[in-house]
Design a binder for this molecule. Structure first.
Ligand code: F6P
Length: 319
C-alpha cells in the first residue's frame, strides 16, 4: 500500500487533530503517501482531497476541532453518493482509508469495505459510546470541561443556596454525565442506562437539605430528556430555588487533554499499521491500556455498556 487517506466525520472531538497527525506521520515514516479528505464523507464525494505532509500536520496536536473539518453527510447514505466516493478514491489512486469518528462514521466505513475498499476506524467522539474500546478520543477532554464548568456553577449554587440541574451531552449514552457526576460529587445523576425516577431525585434533595446542604447539583444526560423538564417537576414539587444550565457545544471544544492526545496518537498510528498489514474493516481501540483492533461489524453489533459500579459508587458517596 503506497497511498492512503484520512478523514474525520460526524461530531468533532478534541484529539482528532492529534489522531490525524499521528496517522499522517506514521504513514510517511513508513514511506507511504497520505491524503487528507476535507469535510468528511462529503469531501470524499466531491473530491476535496489533498496530500498532507509532515509539515501540514505540524502545530495541531494541541488544537481542538479537526483541521480536516467534518460533516454528517446525507449524500453518503445513498448508493449514488458512495459510488462517487469510490470513484474519487480510485481517481486519486488511494488504496486505504482511515475514518476518525463515531458509530455513524463507522457505518459509512463499513459500506466502503463492502464496495471492496479497505477502511480502518478510529473512535473519535466525546460520547464514549463505542463498544470494544474503554475510551474514545475526546471523551476525557469533554469530561474535564464539564467538571470545570460544574465546579464554577457550584460556587454560585452555594452562595445562593440553589438547586442546579445541569444537562450534558452524550447522545444516547450516559458516560459524560456519569463520570462528571462522580467527579463533582453530584447529588443525583440521571442517565439512560439506569432508571432514576424523579421522586428519588427529590427524596435525595430533601435528605441533603435535612443534613444542612446549601446547594444541590443534579446532572442530566441529554439521552433521558432535558434539564428543563426535570427542573419544572422539581420546582413544582419542592419549591426550591432552581436553575438550569445546558452546557451544550462548549463540551466539544478546547485543547485536548494529555490523555486524549496520547490515546489519539496511539490509535492513529495503529490504524496505519493495520492498513499496511493488509487488514481492513477493523476498528482500533484501547482495552486495559493495550491498543487492540476488532472487526467493525462486531463493534457496531455490540452494545456500549456503562460501568454501573461507578453509578452505585457515586450514589453511595453523595448521601
Ligand atoms: O456525538 C457528539 C454530540 O456532541 C452528541 O453528544 C450530541 O448529541 C450531538 O453530537 C450534537 O450534534 P450537533 O453538533 O450536530 O448538534
Amino acid at each position: 500500500m503506497k497511498r492512503i487517506a484520512v478523514l474525520t466525520s460526524g461530531g468533532d472531538a478534541p484529539g482528532m487533530n492529534a489522531a490525524i497527525r499521528s496517522s499522517v506521520r506514521r504513514a510517511i515514516y513508513n514511506g507511504v503517501q497520505v491524503f487528507g479528505v476535507y469535510n468528511g464523507y462529503n469531501g470524499l464525494i466531491s473530491g476535496n482531497i489533498e496530500e498532507l505532509t509532515v509539515g501540514s500536520v505540524g502545530d495541531i496536536i494541541h488544537h481542538g476541532g479537526t483541521m480536516l473539518f467534518t460533516a454528517r453527510s446525507d449524500e453518503f447514505r445513498t448508493e449514488e453518493g458512495r459510488a462517487k466516493a469510490v470513484e474519487q478514491l480510485k481517481k486519486h489512486d488511494i488504496e486505504g482509508l482511515i475514518v476518525i469518528g463515531g458509530d455513524g462514521s463507522f457505518r459509512g466505513a463499513q459500506k466502503l469495505t463492502q464496495l471492496g475498499f479497505p477502511t480502518i476506524g478510529v473512535p473519535g467522539t466525546i460520547d464514549n459510546d463505542i463498544p470494544c474500546t474503554d475510551y474514545t478520543i475526546g471523551f476525557d477532554t469533554a469530561l474535564n470541561t464539564v467538571v470545570d464548568c460544574i465546579d464554577k456553577i457550584r460556587d454560585t449554587a452555594t452562595s445562593h443556596e440553589r438547586t442546579y440541574i445541569i444537562e450534558v451531552m452524550g447522545r444516547d449514552a450516559g458516560d459524560i454525565a456519569l463520570f462528571a457526576g462522580l467527579a463533582v460529587g453530584a447529588e443525583s445523576i440521571i442517565i439512560p442506562e439506569a432508571t432514576t425516577g424523579v421522586e428519588n431525585v427529590i427524596e435525595r434533595l430533601y435528605a441533603g437539605r435535612k443534613r444542612g446542604k446549601k446547594h444541590s447539583i443534579i446532572i442530566v444526560a441529554e439521552g433521558v430528556g432535558t434539564a428543563h423538564q426535570y427542573a419544572e417537576i422539581i420546582k413544582k414539587q419542592t419549591n426550591f430555588d432552581t436553575r438550569v444550565t445546558v452546557l451544550g457545544h462548549i463540551q466539544r471544544g478546547g485543547s485536548p487533554s494529555a490523555f486524549d492526545r496520547i490515546l489519539a496518537s496511539r490509535l492513529g498510528a495503529a490504524a496505519v499499521d493495520l492498513l499496511l498489514e493488509g487488514k481492513q474493516d477493523r476498528m482500533v481501540g484501547m482495552k486495559n491500556n493495550q491498543i487492540i483492533d476488532v472487526d467493525i461489524d462486531e463493534a457496531l453489533a455490540d452494545k456500549h455498556e456503562i460501568d454501573m459500579s461507578i453509578f452505585h459508587l457515586a450514589r453511595t458517596l453523595s448521601i
